[in-house]
Ligand binder design. Structure first.
Ligand code: SF4
Length: 172
């Protein structure tokens, strides 16, 4: 009898408020990404595929900050369905440039930018993912470092613990 093929880890990539630059870093990995793609099942990655599987996911990469109530509900669902959640980039890890609105009246910005501000539903703040759900690993930078991303993905796929800088030590 043939030996059953082991199940490949399921990878999902999510976007919240962001410029997509960190997801593009992943796509820029080209050859290395092909090796990763062969080792995982890409279950959700709208930037690159049509895959929209509902989960559960072994690894979720999350780009972007939380700026709407809908974002927040979506994030909580993603967290429930993800074994490991990794935030990628400054938007996800610190709120990004859009977090400037947290220091001012968000309504002023909405009125200045949109022709019909009454249709805009936004929170007063732009906040990092870790403010709302537990995060397993953070990749910082704007955009993230490709080598670091590949290291983390490869380690997680192989069931190893990724080695990342101790960011807390950097600010002490
Ligand atoms: Fe774009 Fe920088 Fe945010 Fe990444 S961290 S999504 S590159 S703005």
């Amino acid at each position: 009898m043939a030996t059953p093929t082991p199940r490949r880890p399921r990878l999902a990539v999510w976007k919240f408020a962001s410029c997509d630059g960190c997801q593009l870093s992943l796509l820029d990995c080209e050859d290395e990404l092909l090796a990763v793609a062969g080792a995982v099942e890409i279950a959700y990655f709208l930037e690159a595929t049509r895959a929209t599987a509902p989960g559960p996911y072994d690894v979720s990469l999350v780009e972007g900050s939380i700026t709407t109530a809908h974002d927040l509900r979506r994030l909580k669902t993603i967290r429930r369905r993800s074994k490991v959640l990794v935030t990628i980039g400054a938007c996800a890890t610190s709120g990004g440039i859009q977090a400037l609105k947290s220091m001012a009246d968000a309504g002023d910005y909405v009125r200045a930018v949109y022709a019909h501000p009454a249709f805009i539903r936004t929170l007063d703040t732009s906040t990092p993912i870790a403010d709302h759900v537990p995060v397993d690993y953070e990749l910082r930078g704007c955009p993230i470092d490709r080598g670091q991303l590949l290291h983390v993905l490869t380690a997680l796929i192989q069931g190893r613990q990724p080695r990342l800088p101790n960011y807390a030590a950097c600010v002490e």
